[in-house]
Write a new protein. Structure first.
Length: 312
């Protein structure tokens, strides 16, 4: 998918930037507006480039000190449609690939742990706890789908890959806060269920004729569960890198992050140390797989495609 990139540049660098941009094969169009930017002050160069050329453009902008006080600043977007006779074939077969900065923006949108998002985390913990208590898989899946539990881990590995301390520290903070709230929400729900006369961790009744209780599945590490979590981890990293974050809800279904974290809180309330330990083990295994596999993937595309650090 092509990109529209608006570049704010100081007037003395404008002509040189225009000449450098024209050397890029994937340049579709370019416009110049002199002196229109108020903050930061300067000229605005608007370029449309193919996605294949995006990383080349970003490396060029790094040479103009992208993101630094005396350098250039940018804003990217995607056109809804683009017709160009000279580039029609190239545009038709263009791929989708995000820059580091676009990935960080995608992750920020879905995982910044603000007050409103934490209400969503509470709802996720409640749904997961109720679903586990009643062995109702559809309720647990509901909790998994609404939980913003995957993106903070992606932010951590993105920061490590791009050697940006600010990015991975934000990811670590969001991760700790989100899962603390989720575990506490599940624990409080477990207390409420006890008060209402229900057993929060029955582990007995089957639902939808499942061959084993849901509780056992999300507290057990098996070769098949590791393979599933590894595949989901890789899928999540690819979805971020290709700007398909809308599908990461499917990744959460493939992982045990939300139900295992919820069981930790529920088992704590029940005083069931064995179950809490098993759930913690499953949760940590999934976290390790996500961090390890996504880091390897981001490191690979950094070496092969991006060849740059993040401009933050």
């Amino acid at each position: 998918m092509a990109r529209n990139i608006d570049i704010t540049v100081s007037p003395e660098k404008t002509d040189r930037l225009l000449a450098d941009l024209q050397e890029i094969d994937g340049l579709v169009s370019m416009r110049l507006q002199k002196g229109v930017s108020i903050s930061p002050p300067g000229d605005v160069v608007s370029a449309t480039v193919t996605s294949r050329s995006l990383q080349e453009v970003m490396r060029l902008l790094d040479r103009y000190e992208l993101g630094k006080p005396a350098g250039v600043s940018t804003m990217s977007s995607e056109p809804d449609s683009l017709v160009d006779a000279k580039k029609s074939k190239e545009l038709d077969r263009d791929w989708v690939e995000a820059s580091w900065e676009e990935m960080e923006t995608i992750i920020s949108k879905d995982s910044n742990a603000n007050t409103i998002l934490l209400f969503l985390v509470c709802a996720s913990g409640i749904l997961a706890a109720v679903g586990i208590a009643t062995n109702a898989i559809h309720v647990v899946i509901g909790g998994m789908l609404v939980a913003p539990g995957f993106m903070p881990l992606m932010r951590m590995t993105l920061g490590w890959t791009c050697q940006c301390q600010m990015v991975w520290k934000k990811g670590l903070w969001d991760f700790l806060l989100i899962y603390l709230i989720l575990i506490v929400s599940a624990a409080l729900t477990s207390l409420l269920l006890q008060a209402l006369g229900s057993d929060p961790l029955p582990g007995k009744a089957d639902y939808y004729q499942l061959s084993q209780p849901l509780l056992k599945y999300w507290t057990t590490v098996t070769p098949s569960s590791v393979i599933a979590s590894a595949a989901a981890s890789l899928a999540g990293a690819v979805l971020i890198a290709t700007k398909r974050s809308v599908f990461t809800s499917g990744v959460m279904i493939g992982l045990a992050l939300v139900p295992s974290a919820s069981i930790i809180g529920m088992a704590l309330v029940e005083g069931d140390v064995e179950t809490m330990g098993a759930a913690t083990k499953r949760w940590l295994v999934d976290i390790a797989l996500i961090l390890g596999i996504s880091y390897l993937f981001f490191a690979a595309i950094k070496a092969l495609r991006h060849k740059r650090r993040i401009a933050i």
